[in-house]
Design a protein around this ligand. Structure first.
Ligand code: ATP
Length: 294
């Protein structure tokens, strides 16, 4: 009797519509003030109990390791050790979220795994308990466990839910470059930043449902490091704006870029323009999504 039960979860990507770094703390972490937003780009995870002990990951993406370094493995292992589960689990991943892109794909998979394993083995963890455990694996995991629109402070663990932005369309683009998050934070001089995005103003714009209040305030201080290294990011932002985006921004530490549009027709034309100019290998037409837990 190998497979007793099966559970499917979706793991949604996030973008940052605002990202500020307030300071570098003595422990080396950066104190952040960000607005996180789930987007309708997701990985699928299928969980099955197995009679053999252990965690087995099957992935359709050859780039990703399926050993103990995969965040899916680490998340399942964390919960199964805590609850002393002796059965095994098989987890099948269909990967769509661009990897190492500033879209928290690994954290989203880890969060979906915590939900999946919690349910599969009837562990009974509350969301808050999962968040407390999850932050040990990654600062974005507490957010990914709930998703939606959130103000995220501290190192990412202090979360305040916000109203979702008004409906609109997105083009999300991942150029074919690999950006290390550690490199970006390592080269950011938080004390020398001359510009800080108006995160408080954006919170107000979300509360009043003003799309232009949001798009006028898009800002990410990590662009100062990543765009200097990879000017293609600025080229993509300019192209998206020229193609009708209300505004465009790099997400997280990059290199993903998104443009916010009010017209469906314009998103499709803009996505084609990015493809025609061969500025990126991964291009998505998407929308905002309300939450992660599905
Ligand atoms: P963030 O926005 O949180 O910085 P990211 O989008 O930049 O995340 P991820 O896609 O989460 O980056 O991947 C970062 C690293 O984590 C990659 O180098 C990858 O090898 C590793 N990793 C481990 N498990 C996973 C997973 N399930 N999915 C994606 N990456 C994973």
């Amino acid at each position: 009797m190998a497979n007793i039960e099966q559970i499917t979860r979706k793991a949604y990507a996030k973008i940052n519509i605002g990202l500020d770094v307030l300071r570098r703390r003595e422990d080396g972490y950066h104190e952040l003030k960000m607005i996180m937003q789930t987007v309708d780009i997701c990985d699928d995870l299928v969980f099955e109990k197995a009679a053999q002990p252990g965690i087995v990951i099957q992935s359709d993406n050859e780039e990703l390791p399926v050993d103990g370094s995969n965040l899916i493995y680490r998340a399942a292992d964390l919960l199964m050790r805590e609850k002393k589960i002796t059965e095994g689990v098989k987890i099948a991943l269909t990967k769509r979220i661009p990897i190492a892109a500033g879209m928290a794909g690994g954290s989203a998979d880890a969060a979906a795994t915590m939900h999946g394993v919690n349910e599969l083995f009837g562990m009974g963890y509350s969301i808050q308990e999962l968040q407390e455990l999850g932050v040990k694996l990654g600062a974005d995991i507490p957010y990914c466990l709930v998703g939606g629109t959130m103000l995220s402070e501290g190192i990412g663990e202090i979360l305040t839910p916000l109203p979702a932005p008004p409906d609109c369309f997105l083009v999300v683009v991942k150029p074919d470059i690999n950006v290390s998050t550690a490199f970006v934070y390592g080269n950011l001089h938080a004390d020398r930043l001359t510009y800080h995005p108006d995160i408080d103003g954006m919170v107000e714009a979300l509360r009043s449902g003003s799309l232009c209040g949001i798009t006028d305030r898009l800002g990410n201080v990590l662009e100062t490091v990543t765009i200097k290294e990879y000017p293609v990011i600025e080229q993509i932002k300019e192209l998206l704006r020229n193609m009708g985006a209300e505004n465009a921004l790099m997400s997280g530490s990059g290199p993903s870029v998104f443009g916010i549009f009010t017209e469906r027709k314009a998103v499709e034309t803009a996505a084609r323009a990015v493809a025609d100019k061969q500025l990126a290998g991964q291009i998505f037409v998407s929308t905002f999504h309300s939450g992660a837990a599905e």
